[in-house]
Write a protein that binds this ligand. Structure first.
Ligand SMILES: [Zn+2]
Length: 484
């Protein structure tokens, strides 16, 4: 065995979605995402600093929120300390942990396994310990100096401010911490915010189109359209929060070397990103809103790194986007000879619904999708209408294709007809419903509608598909726009 030259550093942020959700507004969520990305970049720069650790780019893997690095032997304790500090400086209330273990280069698999086990323990130890941290912040203090005579900026609250801010003792954004900054945003809005919320506000203002601009062929989109609130996304008053996650990525056949592992993570990330880009492009094309010949970018990418995907979309394109992600991902992994599947979950709700509430629904939906994916060995889509249980979702890729075909056919059926059947399905006993259904069929003049209704009824015998059918037939998911 050769003399070991390296330690293996593993770490990063965790329970990241909670960190985004702390601010229930697309703009501030974008700021949270920006801060997380900045932290990963800062840790990477720290490791690559010649005067500190001198790690080469090839010795670092960034996969979503997790970072792996081969660092010089013996520098573990210092690297862990500095990396955690860097992370904590940027996102004070996000959870972050790092560990370093002795690295046996002849046995990468065992070393990685050891590091991940240690990381698991460290995460459990540190969990939520930062949540209430609300100390003054260097980044914001500097901002104050630069903008002292400007109309907008961030400054520490004075005694006068505290007097003025009598009633809301808590920061109005998170309602968790006390406000300590007076913030004047560019549109003149004045607020008293806690440090983490003020930082998110600052980052979101700095990068108006943060991740949206990275989406695929940028010439296709017009980015003038700014998204400040959920209602900026909705047209019929509905919005979707969509999560996607590669199934069982950690449980895959381990790669034999650091180098092979880096390559593997890069391929997975490309497969996910390409799928998401295509999905967004198709969803926006379906909406067809254009300005100067370019598509209006009515979407928000909150996170898109590694296998962590969080999107905000208009509600009526959620199914199309989810379906495109699974279809494209399945194709991409087949092309790349990766044996992987993906789960996509979305919650469609009114634009006035609190994002934190939608988040809890999507989390559950994603979990159900993952269980289904594990059982079926296929990619899975799960869609959830706010507070309305679904009888058909989660669906595997195969089932979904069939469902979408049927929905395309059913566009010839009037929506009032579908509504009647759906209501009856809820209100009547099974035998009564059968009678009602047959009676309804006999009165349906359009023979194409008749055969479609019969077909749906037969296809989903024993289930109550009608509420799902009503929900999705209103999404205009016709066959025409589906095929490319
Ligand atoms: Zn706050």
């Amino acid at each position: 065995m050769s003399e070991p030259k390296y330690d293996l550093l593993v770490g990063g942020g965790y329970s990241i979605k909670e960190y985004y959700m702390e601010s229930g507004n697309p703009r501030q969520m974008r700021g949270a995402s920006h801060l997380l990305d900045k932290s990963a970049a800062d840790v990477k720069a720290l490791l690559m600093d010649e005067n500190k650790f001198g790690v080469k780019e090839a010795q670092i893997i960034v996969s979503g929120a997790t970072l792996y690095a081969q660092i010089p032997k013996g520098s573990g304790i210092e690297a862990v300390k500095q990396a955690e500090e860097k992370f904590h400086d940027n996102c004070r209330t996000a959870n972050a942990a790092f560990v370093a273990v002795a690295y046996d280069e002849d046995d990468y698999i065992a070393s990685k396994r050891h590091a991940l086990a240690e990381y698991e323990i460290r995460r459990a130890e540190k969990f939520i310990s930062w949540k209430l941290q609300n100390l003054p912040d260097k980044m914001l203090e500097n901002e104050r100096d630069n903008t002292s005579d400007n109309k907008f900026g961030y400054r520490r609250m004075t005694d006068e401010d505290y007097k003025k801010n009598k009633t809301p003792k808590r920061c109005p954004r998170c309602r968790l911490r006390d406000p300590i900054y007076h913030v004047t945003s560019k549109n003149g809005e004045q607020q008293y915010l806690c440090t983490p919320c003020a930082k998110r506000e600052k980052m979101s203002g700095e990068r108006k189109y943060y991740l949206r601009k990275k989406c695929g062929d940028s010439n296709k989109f017009n980015y003038d359209y700014d998204i400040n609130t959920m209602s900026d996304l909705a047209e019929d008053g509905r919005v979707a929060l969509l999560y996607a996650d590669v199934n069982n990525l950690g449980g895959q056949e381990p790669q034999l070397s650091f180098c092979a592992d880096k390559d593997y993570h890069a391929r997975v990330e490309t497969a996910v990103k390409d799928a998401v880009h295509t999905a967004i492009e198709q969803a926006m094309e379906r909406k067809g809103l254009k300005k100067n010949g370019q598509l209006i970018s009515k979407f928000e990418i909150i996170a898109l790194s590694g296998d962590d995907v969080c999107l905000l979309l208009p509600g009526d394109v959620a199914l199309l986007a989810a379906k495109t992600i699974v279809d494209e991902f399945d194709q991409n992994v087949a092309k790349n000879k990766l044996d992987l599947t993906i789960s996509v979950a979305a919650c469609v709700a009114n634009d006035t619904t609190a994002i934190a509430y939608m988040h809890s629904i999507v989390e559950k939906a994603l979990k159900a999708a993952k269980t289904c994916a594990r059982e079926e060995g296929q990619s899975v889509v799960n869609l959830s209408f706010f507070e309305q249980p679904s009888d058909l979702f989660p669906m595997t890729t195969t089932e979904l294709a069939k469902f979408v075909d049927l929905m395309g056919e059913s566009s010839s059926t009037s929506s009032s007809s579908l509504h009647n059947i759906s209501t009856a399905c809820h209100a009547l006993l099974e035998e009564e419903f059968e009678l009602f259904f047959n009676y309804h069929l006999s009165r349906e003049i359009n023979s194409n509608s008749q055969s479609i209704l019969k077909c749906i009824h037969k296809e989903y015998a024993g289930k109550k598909p009608w509420p799902d059918v009503v929900a999705w037939s209103s999404q205009k998911l016709g066959k025409g726009g589906e095929t490319r």
